[in-house]
Write a protein that binds this ligand. Structure first.
Ligand SMILES: C[S@@+](CC[C@H](N)C(=O)[O-])C[C@H]1O[C@@H](n2cnc3c(N)ncnc32)[C@H](O)[C@@H]1O
Length: 257
């Protein structure tokens, strides 16, 4: 359902990540943290890399093993994981997975885990919402957004409301799903409310966290990327501003423990 709701038929996210890895001459061993359905991990595997996909959700991992074989899939919490010291040449973290680190301690836990997981000179490649976009802009907060799509013969609609929790520095999302699946017995639609939240991480704050954990920032920009408008195309180089709603970072581990 995630892939139906957020289609990526051209595998842009995986191709973009591979482009970052290649431009910075990353070695072959890649960890995809918060790999979700596994489609990006599988794309990196198809590009010739040795990939481990990790996620907290057993349901996502089960889907990935069946539908996107090739990578190894393991359960791990991105806020603190140990998948072996210097076991990877790169960690990728796509579609805001990194922002499930809500607190500073969780961000520290993620970066300390990446530092342990990476070989010297290893890369961190991440793509996420840009907290700075919400400074002085309310367009994404003002009105709920509606979406409709079909999956396995059932029509789904979702209404999404975003709000900013300034104290916790979180973007909170409430999404109400309605499915015309006749679950109520009277043939009417059934609904489910889903709540989620992302850290509102600012570009200079991210620089500070990365430096504190031994990383040098190689790229930090708002596009082009796989989820920008217009989207990234093969061969396009990164920009240098961090104003728009997506944030992309490539950082190199220069000081391991
Ligand atoms: C928005 S999805 C992105 C999935 C994938 N990276 C993609 O781009 O298609 C976020 C993923 O992060 C996972 N996740 C959330 N919290 C996590 C945590 N603490 N540790 C590991 N994975 C987590 C979710 O299960 C979900 O699969």
């Amino acid at each position: 359902m995630y892939e139906a709701r957020f289609p990526d038929p051209d595998r842009l996210a995986g191709r973009w990540a591979e482009d970052c890895l290649r431009r910075h001459a990353a070695g072959p061993r890649v960890l995809d943290m918060g790999c979700g359905t596994g489609r990006d991990a599988a794309q990196l595997h198809a590009a010739g890399r040795t990939v481990t996909g990790a996620d907290l959700s057993e349901a996502m991992l089960a889907h990935a093993r069946v539908h996107h074989p090739g990578p190894a899939y393991v359960r791990a919490d991105l806020c603190g994981f140990d998948l072996g010291r210097a076991a990877f040449d790169a960690v990728v973290c796509l579609d805001s997975s990194l922002l499930y680190c809500h607190t500073n301690d969780q961000l520290d836990g993620f970066l300390a885990s990446c530092r342990r997981a990476l070989a010297p000179g290893g890369l961190l490649v991440a793509e996420m919402r840009n907290g700075a976009y919400f400074l002085g802009r309310t367009d994404l907060l003002d009105t709920p957004s509606d979406n409709a799509f079909s999956w396995q013969g059932t029509a789904y609609r979702s209404t999404t409301t975003l709000s900013v929790d300034r104290t916790a520095q979180l973007l909170r999302r409430t999404r109400v799903w309605t499915a015309d699946d006749g679950d109520e017995g009277d043939g009417g639609p059934s609904s489910v409310e889903q709540r989620s939240a992302w850290r509102l991480l600012f570009p200079q704050e991210l620089r500070h966290f990365l430096a504190a954990h031994g990383f040098e920032v190689l790229e930090l920009h708002d596009g082009p990327g796989p989820r920008t408008e217009p989207p990234w195309r093969d061969g396009q180089l990164p920009g240098s501003t961090t104003d728009a709603d997506r944030l992309h970072v490539v950082a190199r581990l220069i000081s391991s423990h």
